[in-house]
Design a protein around this ligand. Structure first.
Ligand code: E4P
Length: 217
């Protein structure tokens, strides 16, 4: 499973990259705003800065909601850097734009997926990735991981190559469950990624090894 970090924070991206396990980055307009990145030029420069830190795909979301606007914006974003993936909402014009981009060799991430029907349309439109938001479904007492399972089954039935990018990951168990189900990618916060390291027996065992070493040296 690929590990993407879900942030626009350059320090956190650098920290995850330094761990050597990072495969890419996802952003959205809310994450950019959280870092205080506003204005077209600043936003574009920030995407370029992210691409310079990581080796993998970097999702950059369009703001337009009409086909022509999404195509115009997406082409500008894709021209910024070869690692840019154009992120498009799963609305009718978004599906049309996804088909346009996939026909023109531009990578896409269809976002705000909350149902298998939306996932099916994204795959048929040739999306590179599509992002079901598991945490937001859990927030409204709906089984987010169950959606990933259903989409995995549907995609495997037909051999769709669109990658399931589990998004809105909130904690370490989401990551482990996504890996068990067979999500192709998960995107989560640095805290959830680093949380995978935590085990009290590891801490105790290491402390014991170091104490025993000190006895003999
Ligand atoms: C990433 O592609 C999504 O925009 C993001 O994971 C949404 O996460 P949230 O539900 O925590 O805002």
């Amino acid at each position: 499973m690929k590990f993407f970090i879900d942030t626009a924070n350059l320090e956190q991206i650098k920290e995850a990259q330094a761990l050597g396990i990072l495969d890419g980055v996802t952003t959205n307009p809310s994450l950019m705003a959280k870092e205080g990145i506003t204005g077209e030029e600043n936003i574009k420069n920030h995407y370029k800065a992210i691409c310079e830190i990581v080796d993998g795909d970097v999702s950059a979301e369009v703001i337009a909601t009409d086909f022509e606007g999404m195509v115009r914006e997406g082409e500008v974003l894709a021209d910024l850097h070869p690692q840019i993936v154009v992120k498009i909402p799963v609305i009718a014009d978004g599906i049309k734009a996804c088909k346009y981009f996939s026909d023109n060799g531009i990578k896409t991430n269809v976002t705000l997926i909350f149902s298998s029907g939306q996932a099916l349309l994204a795959a048929k439109a040739g999306a590179t990735y599509m992002s079901p938001f598991i945490g937001r479904l859990d927030d409204i007492s709906t089984d987010g991981l169950g959606l990933i399972e259903e989409i995995r089954l549907i995609y495997d039935n037909y051999g769709y190559e669109t990658q399931i990018l589990a998004a809105s990951v909130r904690h370490t168990m989401h990551i482990i469950d996504c890996a068990k189900i067979g999500a192709d990618v998960m995107t989560g916060p640095l805290s959830a990624i680093k949380g995978l390291l935590k085990h009290p027996l590891t801490d105790l065992g290491l402390a014991q090894f170091l104490a025993d070493y000190k006895k003999g040296n």
